[in-house]
Design a protein around this ligand. Structure first.
Ligand code: SAM
Length: 278
């Protein structure tokens, strides 16, 4: 994703934040989106369990913003545990390219706890053309996994189920939106090398020998169906935002109390001081 995409996503997210409102990004990574939110008049809190990612993010930030411009804080924390965020303090939660990795029950529980009434939960995803090299390889990888008894679930299905579950429980679906589209050039070889580095396939953690066998099988298939594995192909990728809005009567699940006012002091929404200076 280029900086123009990150900037466009940040602006689309900020549209949903009331003045002085807090945006919480789960799995903020190296700040491809968050660094742009940091330039907008919102209070931004980026959470990630990988300190190295947050350090890269922090290195991209300019001088600390003034009080009128909002505030930025980065926190190292595992989103699969209790989030270091106060009950009822957040106006928008963004999960970009990460929601499908998180356990949905815990995610929804923490969303309900930290969100203000009428807060939005936004899920960002990158959608690829169905005939791109990566999409073709991904479909074949799913077939190989199924043949091995693994039931793969793509990020798109996992996200759809998550949001549908929230709507069934009373949230309102927000209209999905394509925020940006861009062209990428990649070869089958590049995709396969990228997959050698990941430990999960189709949403399931697999042992290293199994992953290696799947990739060998996939490489064999690609040689027959794609041909030259080093040949680069152009395709379009699309960044989409989907989401839900919590109800006006939503109350943080953990307290049942009235949330604090929107204008919080800079550190009021943080329970932990384990932040990376930025
Ligand atoms: C693909 S990156 C997306 C980064 C950013 N949201 C974006 O779209 O540019 C996924 C990020 O989620 C983080 N992540 C994955 N599981 C996590 C967890 N359980 N708790 C916190 N962060 C997590 C990873 O460390 C990584 O930085």
């Amino acid at each position: 994703m280029g900086p123009e995409v990150g900037g466009a996503v940040a602006r689309a997210v900020a549209e949903r934040v009331p003045p002085g409102g807090v945006v919480l990004e789960i799995g903020a990574g190296t700040g491809e989106i968050g660094r742009h939110l940091a330039d907008l008049p919102v209070r931004y809190l980026g959470l990630d369990d990988a300190r190295a990612m947050l350090e890269v993010f922090a290195s991209k930030l300019g001088p600390a913003p003034g009080p009128a411009e909002g505030s930025v804080q980065l926190v190292q924390a595992d989103a699969e545990r209790r989030w270091p965020v106060r009950d009822g303090s957040v106006a928008v939660v963004l999960a970009s390219r990460v929601a499908h990795l998180l356990e949905p029950g815990h995610l929804v529980q923490e969303l309900h706890r930290v969100c203000r009434p009428e807060a939005s939960f936004l899920v960002g995803r990158v959608r690829r053309d169905a005939e791109s090299v990566k999409s073709r390889l991904r479909r074949q990888r799913e077939r190989i996994l199924r043949a091995r008894g693994v039931a793969p679930e793509g990020g798109a299905e996992a996200t759809r189920r998550l949001l549908e579950g929230m709507v069934a429980a009373g949230a309102t679906e927000l209209e999905g939106r394509e925020v940006a589209a861009w062209t990428v050039r990649s070869s089958a070889e590049e995709v396969l090398i990228g997959w050698e580095a990941v430990t999960a396939m189709g949403g399931t953690e697999l042992a290293a020998p199994t992953r290696a066998e799947v990739l060998d099988e996939l490489r064999e298939w690609a040689l027959h169906h794609i041909g030259d594995l080093g040949q680069p192909f152009d395709s379009t990728e699309h960044y989409t935002l989907a989401g839900v809005r919590l109800g006006a009567h939503h109350r943080p699940a953990a307290t049942g109390g009235t949330p604090e006012p929107v204008a919080l002091p800079a550190d009021a929404y943080l329970e932990s001081r384990w932040t990376i200076p930025c």
